[in-house]
Design a protein around this ligand. Structure first.
Ligand code: SF4
Ligand code: SF4
Length: 357
């Protein structure tokens, strides 16, 4: 049974913090004000359940969340603080209590998306841009050049893949996570129009894939194509991928939105194993995986906390002496870059393996 927002806030408010141990933010900061329970209780207070002085400082607690969903896995009631807190941010924004660090977020998202679209436009052959087709590819604003690799891999496997004419550069998750609901809805409408002629769309960024699949319709923006992640697309051609020679060991990091929110955990592992990568599992993986610190716009609101979370994830790679981590999210890959650990994109690994097979 899915509980409504009011009931969820009440349950969390009176909960003895049963999910505290899995929250990367409260673990990294070690403060009670950023446990999932306190964040949800604060949101309830701000919605007027009890007299409280509503200030930017009080509302700051709502922003101490990556949206990772780990608390939901631990919750006996399937409550989703990682989603509800985004609603709390939208309410805070409307009440003039938004995070100061996000004051110009819509302008920054727009500028970054335009830069990303321009980069993709410069790198991809003009004939690969089309307004309609079988499958569109959205590379994501953190890796606009990734379209080149994905298209090369798709060509090799005989999968039809193109870049939408007027590629949006970003599907808008940061606007949703930052509490800019109206800007998110407007952005979603533009993206939906640019994809109207495709049967499906492969979205490299798992958080944007989730936003398109779940939040576009929830915000009244129907999307014509089916949304998939590229790992699902390439896993369909698994039998066409040449079985690779042993390529050594690497950790696979589950992006939270891919594994927990979209339920894609096995396809990345099957693809890596197919090309000869011996997949090393983190002590917490799949639906119980640990965030890289990059979600929920946390790197903008609490950069030191976001860095501490990534360092925590990397500690396990270093301690194992493996030296390599592969992931299926451009943001996670960038967050896990560090001295002594090679952080690689799963699609790059597949493309390289099939090119040299
Ligand atoms: S999400 Fe569940 S476990 Fe976590 S504070 Fe709320 S009720 Fe408790
Ligand atoms: S979604 Fe993740 S970061 Fe947010 S409260 Fe839950 S466990 Fe903490």
């Amino acid at each position: 049974m899915t509980l409504d927002l009011d009931t969820s806030l009440t349950y969390c408010t009176y909960c003895p913090k049963l999910c505290r141990h899995v929250c990367p933010v409260s673990s990294a900061e070690g403060r009670e004000t950023v446990t999932p329970q306190t964040k949800m209780a604060t949101m309830r207070l701000l919605r007027g359940r009890t007299a409280i002085e509503a200030t930017v400082e009080v509302a700051a607690s709502l922003y101490a969340c990556t949206g990772c969903g780990a608390c939901t896995e631990a919750c006996h009631h399937d409550i989703t603080p990682g989603r509800h807190l985004f609603t709390g941010r939208a309410e805070a924004e409307r009440a003039g209590l938004g995070a100061p660090a996000l004051a110009t977020l819509p302008e920054r998202v727009r500028a970054k998306a335009q830069r990303a679209a321009l980069t993709t436009r410069e790198l991809v052959a003009p004939q690969r841009f089309t307004a309609a087709g079988e499958t569109a590819y959205l590379p994501g604003c953190d890796d606009p050049a990734g379209a080149v690799t994905a298209l090369a891999l798709a060509d090799r496997l005989g999968l039809p893949l193109d870049v939408p004419e007027g590629t949006p550069g970003c599907a808008g998750y940061p606007l949703l996570a930052g509490g800019f609901d109206d800007a998110f809805r407007l952005h979603a409408e533009t993206v939906a129009r640019s994809l109207a002629g495709f049967r499906r769309v492969a979205v490299a960024c798992p958080s944007c894939a989730w936003a398109m699949k779940v939040e576009y319709p929830a915000h009244g923006v129907p999307l014509a194509p089916e949304v998939v992640h590229p790992t699902e697309l390439f896993a369909e051609a698994l039998q066409k991928i040449p079985v690779g020679e042993a390529r050594g060991e690497a950790f696979y990091h589950d992006p939270c939105y891919l594994a927990r929110w979209l339920g894609v955990t096995e396809e990345p592992r099957q693809l890596l194993q197919r090309v000869g990568v011996s997949v090393r599992e983190f002590s917490r993986s799949r639906a119980e995986g640990v965030c890289c610190g990059g979600g929920g716009v946390l790197p903008l609101t609490a950069p030191a906390t976001a860095d501490a979370i990534a360092a925590w994830r990397l500690d396990e790679v270093r301690e194992a002496g493996v030296g390599s981590v592969i992931t299926a999210c451009p943001t996670c890959r960038r967050r896990l870059e560090s001295d002594g650990v090679a952080s690689r994109s799963l699609i790059d690994v597949l493309e390289e393996a099939t090119r040299t097979a």
